[in-house]
Write a protein that binds this ligand. Structure first.
Ligand SMILES: O=C(O)CCC(=O)C(=O)O
Length: 241
């Protein structure tokens, strides 16, 4: 379980980085599972028309529903007690799976994500959704680590600037003004689905690797049907529905 101070920080900031939830042996398993997943399954996850401003950049690639590709994701993401305990500390005893996904941000010009709220992709009535990004590689600022606007989960639902990419106005919410959340391999960053976040270009020669689990309270309902029907969506990770 997280400490009272960690929970308080999360509610103030809208995000929280936690270390030590995974052992090195688990991280080795995770990296193997990552490599076994990526062959032939990755697709372009670049948000909308953002890339046209950076024509030389390479795409961010990713895929969903990791547990359908390799059994290790089930124990490393869905039935991983320390990870789930973190969700319970932050949102309460009932935790339901929404979806899993993986990102691979390529080297030298691996493009970023413009600032956005995940809520624009999966709006729910009670805004209970949280995500956890698990870092499989280190993520320095030069590698295009996550960036967050501190406290922005309190601003509610903001209008999207790009309908297609569903990101926010880059003039109002530049990536450069957000707080960089650099992370080490094994670190987990929990964040609320209203927290404004994104990430910048990977300018290094190292690939940035991460996976993500998104969850909700089982009493919460999707409003517009977006992002419904991921594999295992509705599975209880903790508590009862
Ligand atoms: O990990 C990143 O670089 C950003 C990912 C992101 O924005 C998301 O999962 O919504």
């Amino acid at each position: 379980m997280l400490t009272g101070q960690q929970v308080q920080n999360f509610h103030e900031d809208g995000f929280l980085k936690v270390t030590g939830l995974y052992t090195e042996a688990e991280m080795e398993d995770m990296e193997d599972a990552f490599e076994s997943c990526v062959n032939g399954r990755l697709r372009d996850f670049t948000h909308g028309e953002w890339k046209k401003d950076n024509p030389k950049s390479k795409s961010v690639e990713g895929c969903h529903d990791l547990q359908t590709y390799d059994f290790r994701w089930t124990k490393l993401l869905l039935f991983h007690q320390p990870l789930t305990d973190g969700f319970v500390s932050l949102m309460g005893e009932n935790v339901q799976l929404h979806h899993t996904k993986l990102f691979r941000k390529g080297t030298e010009q691996g493009i970023g994500f413009p600032m956005h709220q995940d809520a624009a992709w999966m709006r729910h009535e009670k805004d209970s959704l949280l995500a956890a990004t698990i870092h499989i590689s280190d993520a320095t600022e030069e590698m295009g680590c996550l960036k967050m606007y501190r406290g922005s989960h309190k601003t509610g639902h903001l209008p999207v600037f790009s309908e297609k990419g569903r990101y926010l106005d880059p003039e109002k919410y530049p990536i450069s003004q957000a707080t960089a959340i650099s992370a080490k391999r094994g670190d987990v960053v929990y964040f609320h689905y209203l927290t404004i976040h994104g990430s910048d270009i990977n300018t290094t020669n190292k690939v940035r690797k991460s996976v993500l689990v998104q969850v909700r309270d089982p009493s919460d309902n999707n409003i517009d049907g977006q992002h419904n029907g991921s594999h295992g969506q509705g599975m209880m990770l903790a508590g009862i529905a």
